[in-house]
Design a protein around this ligand. Structure first.
Ligand code: NDP
Length: 285
């Protein structure tokens, strides 16, 4: 039987509608969530991401300020700018578009963001807080994955979750979030000896490797929930995930497509974190 396809656009649309109401609520109290986006250089992919974020902000009633510094800008200049944004009461969220040029120490730049404005959830204090079950902000992609599981009432507690990939932005945080919710979590990497031996045991399989269609139907347990985080641009210009969607959808219970799966959720959860940051600032007034 063919799997239930988890439509990320539909779930994101629902969440965006709720966010709009929350933004209107803030407006009634004379407040608007403000998100500052820092972009250094002119990497084409980063420029597209930043444009998409600014558009999503407009649609969600969030005011965005994009600071595009030339690629040769010094780290000190960007740090000073972050300090000024930290002190600006009209800015509730700050994000630095990664990757930064090679002369930057990304960890120092991220660590300069005030933790209550760290809407990407990448500040080392927020990473530590996530590990101890007290996250101030969940990183956007894993947060989106959890919202998709919630939307479909996927049982997490007591289930075996296998995460393929250990990046700081996807693999590690989603593993911690599933662990926090009571799953038994296995994390696989490029060094894992026989990957299929692990993936075949997964009730929930989350794949974030950047390797097109590497998870095939024989690697998936019948009825499993398969979340494909990968976004790969193929030579013919089409996008595909890390999961072989065509074969795996015949075996899985639930599956996310690419495009139209986790992708639209990521930016939506950024909007959610930005609204949340403003609501907290208001509550603290
Ligand atoms: P990274 O390159 O940072 O990490 C990839 C991970 O996959 C590494 O931990 C690597 O292992 C592991 N890996 C690579 N090959 C294999 C393999 N053959 N078997 C098992 N593990 C393997 O990638 P990201 O986490 O940043 O991104 C992963 C994918 O998700 C990309 O396609 C990216 O575009 C997409 N993405 C999508 C987002 C969305 O919004 N939908 C957001 C962020 C990312 P090792 O550590 O041993 O090298």
């Amino acid at each position: 039987m063919s799997a239930d396809i988890i439509d990320g656009n539909a779930i994101a649309g629902k969440i965006r509608a709720e966010l709009k109401i929350r933004a209107e609520n803030l407006a009634q109290h004379g407040m608007q969530s403000g998100l500052a986006v820092i972009l250094v250089g002119d990497d084409p992919a980063s420029c597209i991401y930043v444009r998409n974020k600014a558009k999503a902000c407009r649609e969600s009633g969030i005011r965005s300020e994009v600071y595009n510094f030339p690629g040769e800008t010094s780290q000190e200049t960007v740090l000073q700018h972050i300090h000024a944004l930290n002190a600006n009461p009209e800015i509730h969220g700050i994000l630095v578009q990664l990757p930064l040029p090679p002369h930057f120490e990304s960890h120092r730049v991220i660590a300069a963001i005030a933790i209550e404005k760290d809407v990407d959830g990448f500040h080392p204090c927020n990473v530590g807080a996530l590990a101890t079950g007290n996250a101030l902000f969940y990183p956007c992609t894993p947060y989106g994955v959890m919202m998709m599981l919630k939307e479909r009432d996927v049982l997490i507690e007591g289930q075996h979750a296998v995460v393929v990939g250990r990046s700081n932005i996807v693999g590690k945080p989603i593993s911690l979030m599933l662990l926090e919710r009571g799953a038994t979590v296995t994390i696989c990497t490029s060094k894992t000896r026989i990957l299929a031996e692990h993936t075949r045991n997964a009730d929930i399989l989350v794949v974030a490797t950047g390797k097109p269609r590497m998870i095939t139907a024989d690697m998936v347990k019948s009825g499993a929930t398969v979340i494909d985080v990968g976004i790969n641009r193929m030579d013919d210009g089409t996008l595909c995930g890390d999961v072989d969607f065509t074969s795996v959808k015949e075996k899985a219970g639930h599956i996310t497509p690419v495009p139209g799966g986790v992708g639209p959720m990521t930016i939506t959860m950024l909007m959610s974190n930005a609204i949340e940051a403003a609501e907290r600032a208001r509550a603290a007034m």
